[in-house]
Design a protein around this ligand. Structure first.
Ligand code: ZN
Length: 565
């Protein structure tokens, strides 16, 4: 009998005890007289860290499943305060690890990436910025609360920003227009608050960077994301490739959409609707979808079959929306139990199936790496993580008819279409943030105008129906810009890599799958670009890559007749 999630035990963290034990382990590490001994203490330290992480994660999972649970709510608050202390302790360990006399032996066993991770972590953290980090977290919570507080009245009912979303894709144009105006109005009403929160965030981040000797937040922000092998200049070149080689295709796709909908003079709110006959929906409830997923992963490969049965049998998926459950979806790991966990909020849209493909891709990688020695090798950096999930979305295409029945073609078309059209938006979000952190003292109004300017460059099709949006208010809604600076480009980089898997699987599925499993097994043992090199995927930063990757996608799209959908 496998152990079930409900039997996993949360043990509250006693921070004084943890400090004491961590320090003892660090001393033991320093005193080790041989490489062999030191490596065995590295594993001991990582097991200790895994144990702490498991308690953090268990608490967070149980709190997000039921935010009204007083015990986990209180523990969660406590853990928010403990986290920076654990980061300080890890930092102490990294400093000692960096100076080890057995560096060569450790590299021989684990490769050099562990030392790159140590270096970049030390560059991205110092106890002198802990107070600023706490301030940054507080501002993040203010943003979350402000967004969550939205009450939008429509047709005699009150909605929040996510529940109003279903009307944003209504097939009645007048409803779409009305709803977009209401949403715009809400943001306009709270404009000063958003401006103030963001302005403070930008300045506290700039302050942290300067305290640690950086010119501004840009490079520091890259280090905080663990980026070791590319910089802002590489990303700039990548954005230029997107502009040159992808934009012609996205412009065409938006024109096709206008034609499908029969609308002349498309407005921003029209793009939420893909087909006049409505967007594709899954044909069954949660149980039906999970059963289909079990069959699919059984048929896909022995590895995915074993993994997905483990997830289902151990009850490591919490999929349905429930009262008091937090919003959104995520995958995390419970290291002590060598188990991933998937959290989602099913709502009857195609997004439910995306959970069973995208999040499962993350969880499959985590499961594949559940027994690695080093904790720092269990997940790679974020742009690499999204390759596992986004590529899995493509690997599941042959089974989509079990989920979508008569809507299958619509689903696949929409999925591929939106994967492509997302990239210029993602790049715009990134370019905007570089402007912001390189020009911290511009006024909020100048910031908004800059957003609109960048938007016009990458999303020239967008025409708004309110002055507020026309003057650059759309990004208030993009939480990453507030909460996770410079993260957004990662989705686009991963998408470009997932496209390479898609192109390859259309030619040779077996080869593509073998490559994918290899990538998952590598986990975080290598940096982003090294991972691509090992599995022979094109580096998106190299000029010409985007052009080559986009070509087969363009040809594939050309074979689909969307006018019949
Ligand atoms: Zn993801």
């Amino acid at each position: 009998m496998v152990m079930k999630f409900s039997e996993y035990e949360y043990i509250p963290i006693d921070i004084e005890k943890v400090k004491d034990e961590f320090h003892k382990l660090i001393e033991k590490f320093k005193e080790a007289k041989t490489a062999k001994k030191q490596i065995s203490i590295m594993k001991e330290i990582d097991d200790f860290r895994r144990d702490i992480n498991t308690n953090f994660a268990l608490c967070n999972v149980r709190f997000t499943i039921n935010t009204a649970d007083k015990y986990y709510a209180k523990e969660n608050d406590k853990n928010d305060e403990i986290r920076p202390v654990i980061q300080s302790l890890t930092n102490e360990y990294y400093k000692v690890l960096k100076e080890t006399p057995f560096k060569q032996e450790i590299i021989k066993k684990y490769g050099k990436n562990i030392f790159d991770i140590v270096d970049v972590s030390l560059k991205a953290f110092d106890p002198v910025i802990v107070e600023d980090m706490i301030e940054e977290n507080k501002l993040s919570s203010q943003y979350t609360k402000l967004i969550a507080s939205a009450k939008i009245k429509f047709n005699g009912q009150t909605y929040n920003l996510s529940s109003i979303g279903k009307f944003a894709q209504d097939s009645d144009r007048a409803i779409r227009a009305k709803v977009s105006k209401l949403v715009s109005k809400w943001f306009e009403k709270h404009c000063e608050e958003f401006d103030e929160i963001y302005d403070k965030m930008v300045h506290v981040r700039d302050k942290m960077a300067k305290k640690l000797g950086y010119e501004n937040y840009v490079q520091f922000g890259y280090y905080r994301l663990g980026r070791v092998d590319y910089n802002a200049n590489d990303v700039k070149g990548y954005r230029e490739q997107v502009y040159k080689y992808l934009l012609p295709l996205t412009k065409k796709l938006f024109k096709k959409q206008a034609k499908r909908l029969g609308i002349k003079g498309m407005k921003s709110f029209d793009y939420n609707l893909e087909f006049l006959s409505g967007n594709p929906t899954p044909k069954g409830d949660k149980k039906y979808l999970v059963d289909q997923a079990i069959n699919m992963y059984d048929e896909m490969s022995p590895e995915t079959s074993e993994f997905f049965h483990f997830m289902v049998d151990s009850e490591l998926l919490d999929l349905e929306s429930k009262p008091n459950k937090a919003g959104g979806g995520y995958t995390t790991t419970l290291d002590r139990y060598h188990a991933p966990f998937i959290f989602a909020n099913f709502n009857g849209t195609s997004g439910d199936v995306d959970v069973l493909t995208h999040e499962v891709g993350h969880a499959f990688m985590a499961y594949t790496c559940r027994d690695v020695d080093l904790l720092d090798y269990s997940w790679p950096t974020l742009e690499a993580c999204e390759i596992h999930s986004m590529s899995m979305e493509f690997f599941t295409y042959p089974w989509m008819n079990n989920f979508f029945k008569e809507d299958t073609d619509k689903y696949k078309f929409t999925h591929l279409n939106s994967a492509i059209t997302f990239i210029p938006y993602g790049v715009a979000v990134d370019e905007f943030q570089h402007f912001v952190y390189e020009n911290v003292d511009v006024t909020p109004e100048q910031r908004r105008l800059k957003w609109r300017e960048i938007e016009k460059k990458y999303l020239p099709h967008i025409k708004y129906n309110t002055k507020f949006m026309e003057n650059g208010g759309r990004w208030f809604r993009q939480g990453h810009i507030f909460e996770a600076p410079f993260y957004y480009i990662d989705y686009t980089l991963a998408q470009v890599c997932a496209f390479q898997f898609f192109n390859l699987m259309n030619k040779d599925r077996e080869k593509a799958w073998a490559k994918y499993v290899k990538l998952c097994k590598l986990g975080g043992s290598k940096s982003f670009l090294e991972l691509l090199e090992v599995i022979k995927l094109k580096n998106p930063f190299v000029d010409g890559s985007i052009k080559k990757i986009v070509k087969p996608i363009k040809d594939y799209i050309a074979t689909i007749d969307d006018t019949k959908m």
